[in-house]
Design a protein around this ligand. Structure first.
Ligand code: ADP
Length: 468
């Protein structure tokens, strides 16, 4: 498998090569279309000014003058009508020149060899050191006809620049490759770190550290990765705590049952003691049965989110019936139960909502003071219904309020220790309310009382019409 590092380097170097080729082709086209004609007319002007000068100075020594012109950066070829010729300046690499061209110039015409040089590549076009790649101009001197062919000595003019540009190019390529090699390492390194962090996460080590301090997408990815790892760690802790809580809550009634059945085996115990033990065993069995029922309900609520079997129901009526069924318990404890429960239609799961009211009401009874009171109120708003369960019980402090919806959490005070419970009721309540897109809120003052406020949104478009 090719690593990301190698791929990145190959792609970048490929892009560099491709862009160089494209840049070369574009500049070559520019040379052919624009620079070549410009160059031709520029050299033609220079050649014409040379011949004009010769014409103006009939006494001029041609040899000396051409030596001078060549020294300032030109290559020259001179030929007369009799075929006598001479070269000045750097030697032409290719000296072929058709005799027809020489004849043409001797007859008084200008030869545009630069403009008509074959459209080859940039290098051979501009730098081709050929006699054909010149400008030819005619002139007369001492009654003799001459043809003068001239072109700039590119090597002389550009020698230093040539080297400079050459080195510049080599250095640019070299430095780009080195920088690509290092910068790619910098880019790929966090990915390798993330990969090893993912491996350690999959092996169950959630406490991963990533020293990636970047403000780019990779930094964002590593931050999300870290928060995911923390969440997984929390979930793992919750799972472990959950299992240990379940084990404890199942184990303790079981060992109680075992202990009391052992005592029952003893034939010497009195009838009264026997009855007492049997009632304890019964209590423990109903505690176990209650716990498993709640666990099953929580598991099914967690597992599938479309568990809700929604129907239109009269919430006021539902809570009233529930309150009536607890009337005996309330009376026994000397608690005053009052309610304001108008008929309000709501579209929800009747059985699960009943579980919510049941838990809130039994808690209000369980955690109340003798001779305390409970008030239940239902209020219909524009787009929600609000149900309040207010008691004058033992209340909760801030720390307890933050935790009461956690699974198995029970406020551990001297007053709650003797009260039966599993610590699952409110987490069931919370889950059911969330499934109905609602929310629950607690207001409580220690030793004064607690109010649970449930708000359930009314999805009017889902409500069946009266005719339904
Ligand atoms: P439990 O089975 O223990 O009642 P819940 O999940 O219903 O479990 O409640 C969690 C804890 O919240 C209780 O153990 C109790 O400490 C506290 N609690 C719940 N309702 C009330 C209330 N009305 N007044 C005071 N404390 C309450």
């Amino acid at each position: 498998m090719k690593s990301l590092y190698v791929k990145f380097v190959v792609v970048t170097v490929g892009i560099m090569i491709l862009s160089s080729i494209l840049a070369f082709l574009i500049s070559n086209t520019y040379y052919q279309q624009k620079l070549k004609p410009d160059n031709d007319s520029k050299i033609t002007k220079i050649a014409e000014s040379v011949t004009t000068y010769i014409n103006e100075q009939p006494e001029i020594n041609l040899e000396e003058y051409f030596n001078h012109i060549s020294s300032i950066g030109y290559q020259l070829y001179l030929i007369d009508g009799e075929g006598e010729d001479g070269y000045w300046g750097a030697e032409f690499r290719d000296k072929t020149l058709p005799s027809s061209t020489i004849e043409h110039v001797l007859k008084g015409n200008t030869y545009h060899g630069i403009l008509n040089f074959p459209q080859e590549t940039f290098v051979t076009g501009f730098f081709a050191n050929e006699l054909k790649n010149t400008i030819g101009v005619p002139f007369k001197h001492n009654e003799k006809k001459y043809a003068l062919f001239i072109r700039p000595d590119i090597k002389l003019l550009f020698n230093e620049m040539h080297l400079l540009f050459g080195w510049l190019l080599v250095l640019t390529i070299f430095l780009s490759i080195v920088i690509v090699l290092f910068s790619t390492k910098y880019l790929v390194k966090p990915i390798s770190k993330l990969t090893s962090a993912t491996k350690s996460l999959s092996n169950g080590h959630f406490n991963v550290e990533l020293d990636i301090n970047r403000n780019d997408e990779l930094g964002e990815l590593s931050n999300s990765f870290l928060s995911m790892a923390r969440k997984l760690e929390q979930m793992d802790d919750v799972k472990k705590e959950f299992i240990s809580n379940i084990s404890h809550d199942i184990q303790s009634p079981l060992s109680n049952i075992k202990g009391y059945t052992k005592l029952l085996e003893n034939e010497s115990i009195s009838q009264q003691e026997k009855g007492q033990y049997v009632s304890i065993i019964n209590d423990e069995i109903s505690r176990l049965s209650n716990l498993t029922k709640q666990l099953l309900l929580l598991a099914s609520l967690d597992r599938n989110h479309d568990i809700l079997k929604k129907k239109s129901l009269n919430v006021g009526q539902q809570i009233k019936e529930l309150a009536r069924s607890y009337q005996w318990l309330v009376g026994e404890k000397g608690i005053m139960l009052s309610y304001t429960l108008p008929d309000v239609n709501f579209f929800g799961d009747p059985s699960l909502l009943n579980t919510v009211w049941d838990n809130l009401l039994t808690n209000a009874i369980k955690y109340n003071n003798p001779d305390g009171s409970i008030e239940i109120a239902l209020e219909e708003k524009e787009d929600s219904i609000i149900i309040r369960f207010k008691d004058t019980g033992i209340g909760l402090n801030k720390v307890e309020i933050d935790r009461i919806f956690d699974r198995f959490y029970r406020a551990d005070t001297s007053r709650t220790r003797t009260i039966e419970g599993t610590g699952l009721g409110l987490s069931i309540v919370w889950t059911i309310i969330k499934l109905h897109d609602g929310h629950i809120q607690v207001e409580s003052i220690e030793n004064e009382g607690t109010t649970f406020i449930v708000e359930l949104p009314i999805h009017k478009h889902l409500m069946p019409s009266i005719e339904d």
